[in-house]
Design a protein around this ligand. Sequence first.
Ligand code: SF4
Length: 422
Amino acid sequence: MKKIYTLTIFKACDLYRKEIAATKELKQLMADYYHKLDHFSKSNDKKVAWCSSVGPAEILRSLGFEVYFPENHSALLGSSRTATDLIPYANAIGYSPEICSYLTADIGAYLKKFTPLTRIYPTIKSVPRPDVLVFNTNQCREVQDWFGWYANEFKAPLVGISTPRNVGEVTNTQITFIAKQMEEFIEILEKISTIKFEMDELKKIVSLSRECSDLWKKVLDTAATIPSPLTFFDGTIQMGPAVVLRGTQQAVDYYKILLAELQERVENHIGAIDDEHFRLYWEGMPIWGRLKHYSELFASLKVCVVASTYCNSWIFSAFNEKDPFKSMAKAYSEIFISRSDEYKEIYLKKMINYFKIDGILFHDAKTCPHNTNSRYGMPQRLEGEIEIPTLILNGDLNDLRCLSDEQSRTSIEAFIEQLEDR
Ligand code: SF4
């Protein structure tokens, strides 16, 4: 029987969550972004660079590249619930089912000549062809393996930044080391794009990225209000421009519209869900194929998942147009995922306090150890130090075989009962 897939990434509301009107503009923005990429990939009028999600997109834009983010594509595979069926094709060529299911789903989709983009935008038949692939290991080594496979497949150059991980303080030595790597690959990128690097252009783009980041922070911070006008599930949809369009005026314009709508909700005491009783924090990756499921489950229990490390990871407060390379090096090295447990715990305590959180949900994503923080005692340490209840949910970002909806429901319901008894 032919499988029917549904695409839920743009589904703005569910049974309980209030629809965000700005999502209509978001849909258009993302449609324009993907159509433009498709056009330039086919026409070769402009070069296309693939970039890891917390990679140096600003440098690429300053050199006239259209920038494509494979992680966003893989999240679409997850949210369209096609990822699980595609992963085995990557396993068959030697990529273990235990490793990053962004990587395996994306390579599996490529091998099967499938992209969920065609279901949303029928004229787009494939992901754009890369002229260069650029990664940063600040998040994990997997992006290097992932991009390396495509570089070989497309016979395209691969350029990367090696960032130290598990760091506490980000030192000046580290910032200089990363900035130097960025400066050194300008020459390679100039040759590919055939556009000469201009510092003023980079400054302009870094400034736009900073504006985007500041607005995105304000959007997420509205969730500190009781009741929260925004949920984590909204955030996973609304973060699209912060990921794929930072450094552009369009992203800035969109977040102004979104922020105004959320501020209006705050002024009128309108919560994203009705009757918010408890407020949770989501630590770890989203479960892309179950966003709607968990959004409805939590809302039915009168629980608002108000904030997350994941959505906050695209806030780059260090960007400074006056010193673009060093500020980019700082911003991209300070991200949560590349920090030590000590740093992460301090960060989480601040978030718990700021967002008035009643409990933390740690998602243990089977195939992403880097964005899973429940395996070395962190939940227990936080429970002991700040008496915050925690729950560990076993699952995965894309591979739905790692998840049991029934078991998760039982543990979530028991957790909420525990909060009620406090
Ligand atoms: S951070 Fe995790 S999900 Fe993202 S690319 Fe790396 S291993 Fe995959």
